[in-house]
Design a protein around this ligand. Structure first.
Ligand SMILES: [Zn+2]
Length: 461
């Protein structure tokens, strides 16, 4: 079965030209002018539209148990919402619960995902305990196509590891051709600050932000980068949300270390004034790290432009306001941490980057797709439009205006972080490995279209 996408403006991280894309089965087999297919095959007219590689969101949490509840998008609804938003690959986090081996953890995540995803997917393995005797397991995980490991310097007693374990994980990951992702904070100091706030009767959502200020994140980033340096291993800082943390990353990078990082959509648009919303609405913005000041928003965009931050993910981890966020009325520590975002990422980065700040279309594609494909071992199968690449392709209307709202989005969440925002640009048709799964705004795929994606060596950009 052949599919021909005709007359579009093809944008990759490096190219920008008008042409036709020929797809045979799941793969791009030719790109040129005036291509044709025999009768009976599919022709898609992309005149007036951008033709871009499918988005990659390397940081999502579907159906994640957290704080006595579970994130409200499961793998079926969450990956379908991603598809609507022009994202064709997601990387979730398989979290090692105490006493489980790495293999058991991955088997557990396989059981959740198999036959349920709308788009291709992978996991980072979140390591919560690691002894030297488990070292051979690292290579087994890499052989299974999981080349990224995640550690937490936050949530003591639940996910947090000590510095010795951090060193071990980084070293073993590096030796196996992998890379360590770090949630960088200082969990112990935060615990103490939380106790002090609660003891003083400070229980509203805004105190979530005050309990984990930028300097605490900067401390975590600094430590992670320095330990990675002595472990001689690549490190990747997830969800960098403030300038202070970015400067630590920048420092390590400038010293010649393979130290990388990302930010997320919400930190590029929202600031800590959202915590002052009335009627407990500030809880909608309780995620970790929290929102910070307006000057940090400006700094993060600059970091993206200069390459100190490599890509934009979402940390998609939605909880409904009703029944879930409300668990934290009267105690901000009981508000489940996370927000919805996987569907809006491509559009928001287009709007904020290309329309409002003059970023090139190439930079937009790099930030939302290509950089993640390279960083996490998927390039050039994913992240570009080239002969031999998977036909993950989005037709994007760069002109259309629309209003974001929870009443029209496809994420299983009763609120939007960007409710009522008027933005320009919208994905209209989405192909995943050659199959049309969103056709002019209508979902035509099915659960199980998406496959587990084996990834290769990473940490080199
Ligand atoms: Zn996360």
């Amino acid at each position: 079965m052949l599919t021909l996408i005709k007359n579009g403006r093809i944008i990759t991280a490096t190219d920008d030209y008008f042409g036709d894309v020929l797809i045979d089965g799941e793969t791009i087999t030719a790109i040129g002018k005036h291509l044709s297919v025999p009768d009976g095959h599919t022709v898609i007219d992309a005149a007036g539209l951008l033709v871009i590689p499918g988005g990659i969101d390397p940081h999502v949490h579907m159906e994640l148990p957290f704080g006595g509840t579970v994130s409200s998008d499961d793998f079926e609804t969450g990956t379908r919402a991603a598809a609507f938003g022009g994202t064709t690959t997601v990387i979730d986090f398989a979290i090692q619960y105490k006493g489980k081996t790495f293999q058991q953890t991955l088997d557990d995540w396989d059981a959740r995902t198999q036959g349920r995803c709308a788009i291709d997917y992978s996991y980072h393995l979140a390591v919560t305990e690691y002894e030297p005797r488990q070292k051979k397991e690292f290579q087994q995980v890499v052989d299974r196509g999981i080349t990224t490991f995640k550690i937490f310097l936050a949530y003591p007693g639940v996910f947090m590891i000590d510095d010795q374990t951090m060193f071990r994980v980084m070293q073993s990951a590096g030796e196996a051709g992998g890379m360590t992702l770090v949630h960088a904070e200082n969990g112990d100091a935060i615990t103490e600050m939380i106790s002090n706030l609660l003891a003083a009767g400070k229980v509203e959502p805004k105190y979530h932000a005050l309990s984990r200020p930028p300097v605490i994140q900067a401390d975590g980033v600094s430590r992670a980068c320095k330990v990675a340096e002595v472990a001689k291993a690549p490190v990747f800082i997830v969800h960098v949300s403030c300038e202070a943390a970015m400067i630590e990353l920048q420092r390590s990078r400038d010293a010649g270390n393979p130290a990388y990082g990302e930010t997320c959509t919400q930190y590029l648009f929202l600031d800590d004034s959202y915590y002052d919303k009335p009627d407990f609405e500030g809880a909608k913005y309780v995620f970790t790290p929290p929102l910070v000041g307006r000057s940090d928003v400006t700094a993060l965009w600059k970091g993206l432009k200069l390459g100190y931050l490599s890509e934009v993910s979402t940390d998609h981890c939605p909880f409904n306001f009703k029944g879930q966020k409300e668990l934290g009325r009267g105690d901000f520590t009981k508000i489940p941490n996370g927000g919805p975002g996987v569907e809006d990422r491509l559009s928001m980065v287009y709007h904020g980057g290309v329309i409002e700040r003059g970023f090139s279309l190439n930079k937009w594609v790099e930030l939302t797709s290509t950089a993640s494909a390279k960083m996490f071992g998927m390039f050039p199968k994913k992240g570009t439009i080239a002969v031999g690449s998977d036909a993950d392709i989005v037709l994007f209307d760069a002109v259309k205006q629309r209003t974001i709202s929870a009443t029209t989005h496809h994420m299983n969440c009763d609120y939007s972080l960007f409710e009522g925002w008027k933005i320009q640009g919208e994905p209209v048709t989405v192909l995943s490995r050659g199959k049309v799964i969103v056709d002019r705004g209508t979902y035509v795929g099915r659960a199980g279209d998406g496959q587990f994606l084996k990834r290769g060596a990473c940490g080199k950009m």
